[in-house]
Design a protein around this ligand. Structure first.
Ligand SMILES: [Zn+2]
Ligand SMILES: [Zn+2]
Length: 363
């Protein structure tokens, strides 16, 4: 799963709104506070109090709270209590242990804790609510020297919060928990689309969340649902302008993932057509952004995927052409010193491509 939250991204050129959901209010807060300290004499200016959730579930300073599982570090899902020590974890998480990770006691059995789970579920509803558009007028309190103190809403925008929890759970292999949070998030966005229409922001968020749901299903071995989610993801991302690199990347990745699933399913024709669509999206993106190295790498990877399936289908000449085109692309790609990560990827893709050519010549 991608580590990029679709709710926390740099502003896009087509994006007119001044404040994106998920953008952390702390950023603005600290600027205000700094200014306030320097200009003590000015009367009537406002100072903003940094939002703090008493449980530590803030956007920036996220800590483990009483509703978190110590193992996956996300909010409890399917709460389960160890007997006899009474420590609580997600069911999936604690099932992998024989002794309690917190106190070391032998686990005799695990009991569902539905009361605590309903507290957690209410917490999700109450804490992570759809944020109002003007959080900064939440509450104003007059203090000395006529200085207004504005208390900001402590809740993260609900989508960002759910995705954050899902990503933690997914990393800890609690895929069911991740899937549940993401489903809720997708439902929210669908609701917003119903009222606001297919805005590019909502479509890109939903496309990314649906892609993550596809990853969850794939990790759970449910290839059928996985394909359905990726296809839906593609459907929403295809509505967006091809000039947006980040969205086009997500779109092409979703297309490749469907291709992979079809490939494993031995449906080579279908696999090839999805790989081709991904390749075309990437070629298109490169036209808009010819100087972005990661795009060139993406195109080379797509060429390799199409070539590989071409070879498996017996179209050896077409395969060789694409392998060579990819090698040429990567050979002419010069990376900046700060792009060391990309350089490593470039070399490993190049090695793969050269091996593919060599395989032909020796065979
Ligand atoms: Zn857990
Ligand atoms: Zn314990």
């Amino acid at each position: 799963m991608t580590s990029v939250c679709p709710f926390v991204k740099p502003s896009r050129p087509d994006d007119g709104s001044s404040r994106k959901p998920g953008e952390c209010p702390d950023k603005h807060v600290s600027e205000h506070e700094g200014g306030g300290k320097e200009k003590k004499e000015s009367v009537g200016e406002s100072a903003t109090v940094s939002p703090k959730c008493p449980f530590g579930y803030d956007s920036q300073t996220f800590k483990l709270g009483p509703h978190s599982c110590m193992i996956c570090q996300a909010l409890l899902f399917d709460c389960s209590k160890c007997v006899p020590c009474s420590h609580v974890y997600c069911k999936v998480c604690i099932s992998r242990f024989k002794d309690c990770p917190l106190c070391g006691a032998d686990i005799e059995k695990i009991e569902a804790d539905t009361d605590l789970q309903s507290v957690v579920d209410r917490f999700i509803d109450g804490h992570a609510r759809i944020k109002r558009s003007h959080v900064d007028v939440d509450k104003e309190v007059e203090v000395g020297e006529n200085k207004k103190v504005i208390y900001e809403d402590v809740s993260l925008e609900r989508g960002a919060f759910l995705v954050q929890q899902a990503m933690r759970a997914f990393r800890a292999q609690n895929v069911e928990s991740a899937r549940s949070r993401l489903s809720l998030c997708a439902e929210d966005i669908r609701g917003q689309i119903e009222t606001a229409g297919n805005t590019s922001e909502l479509c890109s968020q939903l496309g990314a969340v649906l892609g993550m749901l596809g990853d969850c299903c794939r990790a759970m071995g449910d290839a059928g649902s996985s394909v359905t989610y990726f296809q839906e993801s593609v459907e929403f991302l295809s509505k967006l302008p091809a000039a947006d690199l980040e969205i086009m990347h997500t779109l092409s990745v979703s297309l490749n993932k469907i291709g992979d699933l079809k490939y494993y399913d031995e449906d080579l024709e279908a696999a090839r057509s999805y790989y081709i669509r991904s390749l075309n999206v990437r070629r298109d993106a490169i036209k808009h952004h010819p100087n972005v190295s990661s795009q060139t790498l993406d195109v080379a990877v797509s060429l390799a995927k199409v070539a590989d399936v071409d070879r498996t289908m017996g179209n050896e000449d077409a395969a060789l052409d694409r392998f060579r085109e990819a090698i040429k692309l990567l050979g002419s790609l010069t990376l900046k010193p700060e792009e060391a990560g990309l350089e490593q990827r470039r070399l490993s893709v190049l090695e793969f491509l050269n091996n593919q050519l060599a395989e032909k010549q020796s065979g």
